[in-house]
Design a protein around this ligand. Structure first.
Ligand code: ASP
Length: 214
């Protein structure tokens, strides 16, 4: 990946700049988390939204979550196949339902009611992922996206979005939409967004544990 490093850094710098400018202007931290995650989901470099990895049936299934460290409110979605921006939907679960986590068809039905943008599953596929899938290469470092924010009021926020792991079993849900595993935010501790083999983060409650230690 060495020759690609500059491209990845440029993509990350652009999103960092976007978030930093918004925060400097006094934007709400959760707005910034979702804005940055959306930009990363739309960028094919990363394993979230467009450019996500495939499951064992060659289909993209997306997970995302967000958490507000001031209120401990959280929203998450799992197993989406047609919602263009899972992070936006996670935020809607937090703001517009009494639930924390919605999955697959139910989550997509909710997305429809909320007027979210839908795409064919092919939209998420990129040539690079097709090639990886053909080689069935379990690449665990391929770019789940995470955003953590500290805003001008001193509140912290976290959000994470992913396609999961290449070749994952159809229906598998990873750590990303599990609050406390892949994402956690608490003003008393820290804002945390995890990447890596999600089953370990679920079993060890990694995001919450890091927050608790902080
Ligand atoms: N944590 C993600 C998952 O297990 C994968 C990743 O971070 O690359 O779904």
């Amino acid at each position: 990946m060495a020759e690609k490093a500059a491209e990845y850094h440029a993509a990350l710098d652009a999103v960092l700049e976007l978030g930093y400018c918004a925060l400097t202007e006094g934007a709400n931290g959760m707005d910034v988390v979702v804005q940055c995650l959306t930009a990363l989901e739309n960028d094919p470099h990363f394993n979230a939204g467009k450019g996500a990895v495939f499951n064992d049936q060659g289909v993209v299934e997306l997970d995302a979550s967000v958490m507000d460290g001031a209120t401990l409110k959280a929203g998450a979605v799992a197993g989406l196949q047609h919602v263009k921006n899972p992070a936006k939907l996670a935020r809607l679960v937090m703001d517009s339902t009494v639930h924390v986590l919605l999955m697959s068809d139910g989550a997509e039905a909710f997305a429809k009611v909320q007027g979210q943008e839908f795409v064919d599953n092919e939209y998420f596929l990129t040539p690079r992922r097709k090639e990886q899938y053909q080689r069935w290469e379990a690449n665990k470092k391929n770019g789940t996206v995470g955003v953590v924010v500290l805003d001008r009021e001193g509140n912290v926020y976290a959000g994470t979005s992913t396609g999961g792991m290449m070749g994952k079993k159809y229906g598998r849900v990873g750590d990303v939409p599990i609050i406390g595993a892949g994402t956690y935010a608490d003003n008393q501790g820290a804002a945390v967004s995890c990447t890596g083999h999600g089953e370990y983060s679920i079993r060890n409650n990694v995001a919450f544990q890091i927050n608790a230690r902080m």
